[in-house]
Design a protein around this ligand. Structure first.
Ligand code: FMN
Length: 213
């Protein structure tokens, strides 16, 4: 199965009874604790938090979205009938046929419907959970982070977590040696900031003009 977007994946999880929806949880430790409890349950459901305290319905957080065999197989498009080694071979062969999709440039893309710059940027519009008692700050994980190698022009995508430092300030945790880390250090070595693009989730509707996702 190929998913058209995150909503498609969520509705599939619902159909497969792999999803638990929880309304009214708090970003302060509660979402983290519920996620942890769900992860250790035998059924281990993905959890979709909605109507989070302090936020309108629609500002949602999805957790445990990969945390069991069925969901991992779903995401990677691998049949549940294959053994683990067979699944690895399946992917090895699939990658041999991989053909990247050429980008298409369009005028006025939906992604530019909401543009906030500089001090107008307010990351607090989104729910940021503090997951564990001793975390230094709230984090958001599992982003698609895009960087460009300043020497070769190679475009890289990795998934990293971000720590909230302020209304318009975050810091990325990237393991040493990951491509994203190697690339950002090349900019820093030249005394330059590393340009960065990342997406959090995916929505067809935007939050300010037509309501939340
Ligand atoms: C849900 C999820 C969260 C992740 N979070 C991080 C992270 O916070 N930091 C990190 O270095 N890698 C993280 N990873 C692993 C990297 O995305 C992965 O190793 C990737 O291949 C790194 O890409 P890169 O070598 O192109 O930088 C995460 C992966 C997943 C699936």
């Amino acid at each position: 199965m190929i998913f058209s977007d995150l909503r498609h994946y969520i509705s599939t999880l619902e159909e497969l009874d792999q999803l638990k929806v929880i309304e009214g949880a708090s970003c302060n430790l509660e979402i983290g604790a519920i996620t942890e409890i769900a992860a250790f349950r035998k059924k281990c459901p993905a959890v979709l938090f909605d109507s989070i305290q302090g936020f309108e319905k629609g500002y949602r957080i999805l957790t445990n979205f990969l945390s069991n065999r069925t969901r991992e197989r779903l995401v990677f498009g691998v049949s549940n009938d294959l053994t683990d080694p067979e699944a690895v071979f399946h992917w090895k062969n699939k990658l041999k046929e991989f053909v990247p999709v050429e980008p298409v440039e369009v005028q006025n893309p939906p992604v530019k419907e909401n543009v906030l710059l500089g001090s107008d940027v307010d990351l607090m519009r989104f729910p940021w959970p503090k997951w564990h008692q001793r975390d230094g700050s709230p984090y958001i994980c599992a982003t698609s982070s895009v960087t460009r190698d300043p020497e070769s022009g190679f475009v890289n995508v990795g998934s990293y977590r971000f720590m909230l430092l302020g209304k318009n300030k975050i810091v990325a945790h990237i393991g040493s040696g990951h491509h994203g880390d190697v690339i950002r250090k090349k900019y820093w070595a030249k005394g330059k900031p590393c340009p960065w693009r990342f997406s959090w989730g995916k929505s067809r509707r935007s939050w300010s003009r037509r309501g939340p996702i």
